[in-house]
Design a protein around this ligand. Sequence first.
Ligand SMILES: Cc1ncc(COP(=O)(O)O)c(C=O)c1O
Length: 548
Amino acid sequence: MILAASPLRVKARLEHSRAKHGSLSGHPRIARVVASWMPFYEYGEARIFKAAGAPDGVVEQRRADFVRLSDLYRRRSPETMRLTAEATGLISDLQFTEAYRVPFQFSSYVRRHLPVGAFLQSSSGVATTDLDGNSYYDLTGSYGVNLFGYDFYKECIDSAIEHMRALGPVLGSYHPVVADNAARLVHLSGMDEVSFHMSGTEAVMQAVRLARYHTRRSHLVRFSGAYHGWWGDVQPGVGNPAPAHDTYTLKDMSEASLRVLRSRHDIACVLVNPVQMMHPNSAAPADSTLVGSNTTPMRPDRAAYADWLKRLRAVCTERDIVLIFDEVFVGFRLAPGGAQEYFGVRADLVTYGKTLGGGLPIGAVCGRKHLMKRFREDRPADICFARGTFNSHPYVMAAMNEFLRRLEDPAIVALYRDLDEIWDRRAAVLNKRLRDAGLPVQVANLSSIWTICYTRPSAYNWMFQYYLRAEGVALSWVGTGRLTFSLNYTEADFEAVAGRFVAAAEAMRQGGWWWEGPLASNRKIKRRILREMVTHRLSPRRAGRAPG
Ligand SMILES: Cc1ncc(COP(=O)(O)O)c(C=O)c1O
């Protein structure tokens, strides 16, 4: 029996190996080992401006412009900086995000001299304003929540407070808006039932739990690099202190992965985060890992991704595997019916979050009836337990109701018209301006979700976030890897942002950061960093400081 089973096991192992992406994001366990091996070191003052070698003149040019930016930041926002410095030691999340804005070798020096204010006092239109009255065009998108503009969400929240004044924060029983929300979500998602949760992470947890319960299988499949929140099972590699034993990480858009889905018997569900079509098999680009450049701008291919999703759908149907679309980020953004509508593929369960809450915290699962059920008629003790004190909180439900109702407003309906054409045209216009100016920066986009690509190798491309900020453009802590526009950006707003983009890139060029020397190739930059790491690993006494 053992002998008979072995060749099958070997075949399954081989198939699984072929379905892993070659990068570390395809090998979460190895990535964890590598992460634990990586030594800390940082560049001293002399090395900060000379990371990939540069003549003294260029080094001085960079240093002088860095000092200019540092002065500008401090002069412009003294109160914002004061409170940020005071509160950072008390807020763990802030310490984390501040430490990971730029590659770690530069991080503490840059934090000391170019601190980014963490506090704001107001928002209006497409701008936010810091404690010193400085306004910034907002490209953070509040992690994707801000789809229709901050004023829209303020109105949703105001209306919710008004609506719930009589009931207040009563939990357990429902306000009638809950029933209306459920009916609207069922209609929009094309599903049969809804469950409400408190965050996107929770919605994903519940969708996977239901899939495991109904299939009686153990494993979830996620694709390399995909983010599905911070729950352990969907984050099997770096970031999670414990290994996730019941997770397979497979190659995105790959026949080899479909073969694994066809042959294994332990797969309960497949999770898809459609934003991955912008960077299949890689984690979302972030400036903290931007050590060279992504010289070929990414070109998201909607037709190819739709075709992949259709093939994935067919295999899941054939194998009774639950197909989960995680639309926490893209839901309502790509189309009113989200990714299902945009790509023309139906999932079995869909998770939503972020913008759906009308500005308040939310997670939701929509799904087919047989998958949403949390108990078995014939086994009363065999239940799939999922509750949560704050589920269906009246204020959240009322803000959501306002959000869902407003989707039918003619002004909102109009925003969805020609959505991709508008954002693709804006990206093309900006790219032409950057190209015409001979600047080594381009953008790539999936509708209103953008990323910046650098066409010239440089150890300093991450500096662009600081030049954009100096021009009054605010990005989230991941920097230039992910820009999220709200749909209320008018042509004039966009034109203003485009002008600031070009000005920021021009200033960065003037600062000498794109000087191209003999070491300026991605390969050489990466090799140099690897050498530094090995040196620091092998000689712990040098830990902390890089030479120079
Ligand atoms: C696709 C996706 N799933 C899940 C989550 C987690 O949502 P939350 O941060 O609300 O827990 C996110 C958050 O960015 C997300 O983008």
